[in-house]
Structure formats: C-alpha cells, structure tokens
Design a protein around this ligand. Structure first.
Ligand code: PMV
Length: 310
C-alpha cells in the first residue's frame, strides 16, 4: 500500500506578534511551495526518510521530543492508539526552512494527513490543526496557533488566539512578492524579546498591538470588499509598528525600502522578524521591477504568489 498527502506553505499578511496578545491577524496559504509525505508499506518497521536532509531514521530511535517523532506519536494516538505501521514515511518539501513560510508546520500537517489516510481515516481541518499545534509548542514556546491553523485549513484565515478562526473569501485575487533576507532567525527568540519589552512597558506595547489589530480588521474588510489594491498603506504601517516593537532588522528595512521605491503598493516584514521574509503587495505590471529591486537590495530568494480563495 502507498498513500500521499501534502500541505502548503504560508505567510502572515498582517498582525504577527500582536496576535500572541489576543489581537487578530491574517495569514494566507502559499500554494507555490508545499510539503509532501508518502507512506509506503515495507517489511521491517516505521522508517522516516527526510529526503531533503538526507536522513533516514527509525521511528523507534527518535527522541519523544523530536518534532517528527512527536507528530507521529500524537497522530497514532489520535488514531486510537494505532501501532506504528511497517512502512517508510518519506518527506519532500519545496518550502525553504526556517524563513517564516511554515516549513516545519507544513511537514507536520502532511504527516498527520498521510498517516490518517494510511489507516483509512480522514481528519477534519480543526483536528489536524490541533495535533500540529502540540508540536508547534516544541518549536516555538508560546505559539499563537496561527501557522497550524492556516496550513490545516488551506484558506486565508482571520485568527484571534483562543477565540475565533474564520476563513474568508478573496473575491479579487492579489499578488504578493515574498523576499528572503537569507537570515535565519528563530521565531521563539523574537517572541521572547517582545514579551520582555511588553513586561517592561505595557502601555507602549498594548497601544502598538491595538494598532496592529485595527490594521488586521481593516485589511480583512478591504480584501472581502474586493479592494486588495488598497491594502498597501496598511501593510507599510504594520511594518512601522513591528519596527517599533523591535523585531525588524537593517536587512528587512532595506528590502522594505527597496520594494517601496520600486513602486510596490506596500511592504512589511512577515512572521517573527529579525530575519526571514518580507512581503510586498504589487500591481501586476510592477512585478519585474519590484523583483529586480529586491534582488539588487540583497534578497536571497524572491517568490511571487497570488492570494485567492482556494
Ligand atoms: O515566524 P512565523 O512566520 O512562524 O510567524 C510567527 C508569528 C508570531 O506572531 C510572531 C508568533 C506566533 O506564534 O503567532
């Protein structure tokens, strides 16, 4: 027997960091990149083949806190304490690692789906999301849950931590360019630093978070009204707020400036910050210009994506 499953990458459109403190944020799937998992019966035991990392591990050898071991264990338990199958689980991914595109989350999601399929089951999106969230905690400490949600639902989501998850429609698709600084920056550290700064100055940080929340609400309303080309100033304003929170970096600011100079409609860092990715909203005709400007300004990788209801 052989089964396959996949999961897309993701990007945060607006509201990162503030989302950890109960404000809404918007995340969207990026289907140009994805993680795929294949499970094929073998005659030995459960083996995990991470093709990109050139690793082959026995499931039985993995530490319980290892993210791959943990998601398999949680999924087998959700399948009614199923025994590990005699099979080889192969992971392939085109999502760049540790750059805010949700690579680890997408791999976990594809594993849950593939294992469920292998056992003849099909978990709904909330179930997949909550299993993956358990593993997110190992990577991130206090994740808001937005990454596992957007990837499991595969739809744009308007997310309020511990309160509501709403998918919403995009009547007029819009284009984003995603540019990578090439700097790997663990989200956990940026999130921890924001917490320390918030503890030291509640008033300032609560006001910054409030403004990010207002941006997320206004952005959703523009997208749902078919006016995504008006999102630009909101995104750029969100970048300014993230700078004030202390999670930008000279490289991110340079890329944001380069995109705006090349007539992007708006630009901001996306995700944890300090490195990783930035996004720029573009009109169709300015794609080549913005892409060129970002590469000239030092972007290590540039990806164009169209955001639509799937
Ligand atoms: O770095 P990413 O893309 O995984 O995004 C993290 C988003 C934060 O709001 C900074 C943290 C969180 O858990 O929501």
């Amino acid at each position: 027997m052989i089964v396959t499953a996949e999961a897309p990458g993701k990007i945060i459109l607006c509201g990162e960091h503030a989302v950890v403190y109960g404000r809404p944020a918007i995340a969207v799937p990026v289907s140009q990149v994805s993680a795929q998992v294949t499970i094929e019966e073998n005659t030995t035991e459960l083996l995990i083949h991470a093709r990109d990392l050139n690793r082959l591990d026995r499931y039985s050898d993995l530490d319980p806190s290892h993210p791959l071991g943990a998601i398999i264990r949680l999924t087998l338990s959700a399948l009614g304490d199923a025994a590990p199958p005699n099979a080889t689980l192969t992971i392939d991914s085109t999502i760049p690692i540790a750059s805010g595109l949700g690579s680890g989350t997408a791999v976990s999601t594809a594993i849950v789906r593939a294992l469920a399929k292998y056992f003849g089951r099909n978990f709904d999106a909330p179930t997949v999301s909550s299993l993956v969230y358990e593993v997110e905690k190992i990577h991130h400490g206090t994740p808001s849950g937005i990454d596992n949600t957007v990837i499991a639902f595969g739809q744009p989501v308007f997310f309020i931590r511990n309160q509501s998850i709403e998918t919403f429609s995009v009547p007029l698709p819009f284009r984003l360019i995603i540019a990578d600084t090439g700097i790997h920056s663990p989200t956990k550290i940026a999130v921890g630093d924001v917490r320390k700064a918030w503890e030291a100055d509640h008033v300032k940080y609560e006001a910054l978070f409030d403004r990010c929340g207002e941006i997320a609400r206004a952005a959703r309303s523009l997208i749902e009204s078919g006016l995504p080309d008006q999102l630009g100033p909101l995104l750029t304003d969100n970048h300014r707020l993230l700078r004030e929170m202390g999670v930008s970096s000279p490289e991110l600011d340079t890329l944001v400036g380069a995109a705006l100079n090349a007539e992007a409609l708006g630009a901001k860092l996306s995700g944890g910050g300090r490195g990783g990715n930035m996004i720029a909203l573009i009109a169709n005709e300015s794609e080549a210009q913005v892409r060129g400007a970002l590469l000239n300004a030092g972007a290590k990788r540039v990806l164009a994506t169209v955001i639509s209801s799937q």
